[in-house]
Design a protein around this ligand. Structure first.
Ligand code: KG4
Ligand code: ZN
Length: 344
């Protein structure tokens, strides 16, 4: 078997490490989440995130190597998220990866976090190693906490962006609405759960920009509509009304994402859709896209939910791609907070 890449991720509030083979097989994947720490603050507190990465990085990497029965000297390389993300958080993973590369003599490769999300559908989980993975070209929809991007990926290297959000990202809209409802941070998963018992047609929230040509998204108007609804009606009284509100809001986000993605498949003629990023874990979005793919006769690739949200397996696979091209980084590799809002 070819040597695995060790991936390290610390861009936000997950400290993660993974070993992934060149064919995408996940050998080990460890994730230490800080959600419980940031929950009470209603969002990620950057300094706390850095401090917890510092506490967790050694045991998490140690565990990933031990579970994969792999010595550091036996990896093909060490891939680490270099940005975008919280700089203090990124620096912990980056500096640790440099130290590992230095002592082991294995190559260091910095990875773009957004590109890493787009590699998640190529991962082959240990219990289904032969599951189909995407081919090229494909349409991609990247929906994370900070980014919403739709485009075409003609080859592993090229990304052609069709459109992106003009304001809030889809995940950010989930998080802000959850905060308004007093549901804590992060909001996506809790809204997803509550919405299951709700009526998605109970409240008609706006679907921005669907009537226009072009590919951009906007979610800040939807957030404002929820705020206005709450100002007029007050917080929902009882679980049933809360579920209706969550389902109605979620339906507005899902409608926009699904309709735009289906349109991209139809208009480009590229009959394969890849969806990635934390919001791709959303149950309603997954169901909606699955029925669209079945009805429309196109292939849909959705990573498992654990590979939609932040993880290091996707980072390791992105590292394989760079190493396969003969690339590696020098020890002056630095962290980048923001890379223009689009995958490089
Ligand atoms: O990709 P990710 O883990 O981190 C970033 O790179 O941003 O995405 C996190 C985002 C958060 O906004 C979170 O609320 C959202 O993904 N999210 C979800 C779900 N799980 C996570 N949104 C909707 N439904 C979910 N089940
Ligand atoms: Zn992410």
């Amino acid at each position: 078997m070819s040597r695995p890449v060790l991936g390290i991720e610390s861009s936000c509030d997950e400290t993660a490490a993974a070993l992934v083979a060149a064919d995408g097989r996940v050998i080990s994947s460890e994730i230490s989440s800080q959600v419980a720490i940031h929950h009470e603050f209603g969002g990620v507190v950057p300094e706390l995130a850095s401090r917890h990465h510092l506490l967790n990085i050694v045991p998490v990497v140690d565990q990933a190597l031990a579970r994969g029965s792999c010595a550091l000297e036996d990896v093909a390389g060490i891939a680490v998220t270099a940005g975008p993300g919280l700089v203090g958080a990124l620096l912990v993973g980056l500096q640790f990866a440099k130290a590992l590369a230095w002592v082991s003599g294995r190559p260091l490769v910095g990875v773009d976090h957004l590109r890493a999300h787009l590699e998640a559908p190529f991962l082959r989980p240990a219990d289904s190693p032969t599951a189909p993975v995407p081919t090229f070209p494909h349409v991609f929809l990247l929906v994370s906490g900070g980014h919403t991007v739709l485009g075409v990926r003609p080859s592993p290297e090229e990304l052609q962006v069709l459109g992106a959000t003009r304001d809030d990202a889809a995940g950010e809209a989930f998080d802000k609405v959850a905060k308004m409802l007093g549901l804590g941070y992060p909001g996506g998963q809790v809204i997803d759960q509550l919405a299951r018992a709700g009526d998605p047609t109970a409240i008609r929230f706006p679907r921005a920009m669907l009537d226009r040509a072009g590919w951009d998204f906007s979610f800040s108007g939807l957030k404002t509509a929820v705020r206005q609804h709450l100002a007029q009606q007050g917080l929902p009284r009882g679980q049933a009304l809360l579920a209706d509100l969550c389902a109605s809001f979620q339906e507005a986000v899902v409608d926009v994402l699904a309709i735009r993605a289906e349109r991209a498949v139809a208009e480009t003629g590229v009959r394969q859709l890849v969806v990635a990023g934390g919001v791709a874990a959303n149950g309603r979005l997954r169901a909606r896209l699955a029925s669209a793919a079945e009805g429309g006769g196109f292939a849909l690739h959705l990573p498992r939910p654990v590979y939609c949200t932040d993880n290091a397996a996707m980072v390791a696979f992105a590292g394989h791609r760079r190493l396969a091209r003969g690339e590696r980084d020098a020890f002056d590799l630095n962290a980048v907070a923001s890379w223009s809002g689009r995958p490089t």
